[in-house]
Design a protein around this ligand. Sequence first.
Ligand code: AMP
Ligand code: ZN
Length: 432
Amino acid sequence: MFWEKDIETISRDQLEALQLKRLQETVETAANSPFYGRLFQEKGITPHDFKGLDDLRKIPMTTKEDLREGWPYGFLAVSRDEIVRMHSSSGTTGRATVIFHTQSDLDSWTNQLARCMYMAGMRKSDVFQNMMTYALFTGGLGFHYGAERLGALVIPSGPGNSKRQIQLIQDFDTTAIHVIPSYALHLTHVFEEVGVDPRKDTRLKIAFVGAEPHSEQVRERIEDFYGVRAFNSYGLSEMSGPGVSFECTCQNGMHIWEDAYIIEIVNPDTMEALPDGETGELIMTTLCRRGMPLLRYRTKDLTRIIPGDCPCGRTHRRIERIKGRSDDMMILKGVNIFPIQIEKKLMEIPGVGRNFQIILERKDFNDDMILKVEVEREYFTGDLKKLESLRKTIVNELKSDILITPRVDLVEPNSLPTTEGKAKRVIDNRKD
Ligand code: AMP
Ligand code: ZN
């Protein structure tokens, strides 16, 4: 039932003692990085100041902007020789942040993932098909090594190529899959198209779903169609990736591994600490990372700690399904996109007007982006070929920048709604 019973069912007192010890080590290591070295000096913080867990609050929070400013090596706390891997967030070039790992960082991350999958019921005898991108994105490699550590047979299918996915599932008796929820729903059509009923014609029993927000309704659809139990998996590259927080077989919230992270929930406007049960922004501190420790990192993800004990016996607290984000980041097909990226790109293209609007739709379980862009009036007079060629330029420019192909509608100047104050750039019509 447990991958590591002692640590998973550790008493609160022992857990806090372990956290304090690891926090002291982490702060000492972090002090070697240019960013924290400077910050500690400015604030007069020394590693010896950390006598209790509350002392963590002496440290200002770290943001994604800090990470960007520290690009590429500003957060590195060990010599570069010790680094064996880098990953980055799924945001595209301009907005990506980079994370470095030593071998021991990778070992503890891999172990965390094995712990998650074991908790959800995966065993050595399982065949695990990993439909996630194997690249800078952490979802592919993270789960891959975790499943190998657990001892399962791993099929590194990667994403896409739907018919082949189904073929692999059938030919190799895949029992567990790791998949982005929107893709899992999209794949249902392909199953129907090829006449395969996963409930009857496959051995599937477990699906790990994560990397993007999704509702309980989506989980139910996945479970119904595939005949599996679907487990929510939450993580972010800044905290190594997946394996941060995961559902147990009770499926009533995700245990967040408190031996590896200190968590805080704060009001995102005032930064005030919130008690268990109240919804706010999740703030995280790494406890098992030497290459690039992060202290009080603002995840921007909104959730709450579920008060009370879990019947499974694990003592690590649970967080609720992520409710949304406190910033304007959109997650489309698992890719993180900020409206500002689109704005920047659009505004570089001659002929583009002043206003634009992003509309997100979900059709056939697939996310689509429709971009309404105002263009200069001259494009609407005379030769309409010019308009079409501008439209194509915009599509191509954006495609190479945000990795998503938007549908672009060009409209006349001043025809899109404007608001007083902050522009409402994004209309999210996606419903589950
Ligand atoms: P990345 O660092 O590119 O992997 O993106 C991490 C972000 O994806 C997180 O901060 C969340 O906003 C989102 N995310 C990851 N897993 C989940 C999940 N299970 N539910 C909701 N959002 C998720
Ligand atoms: Zn549990």
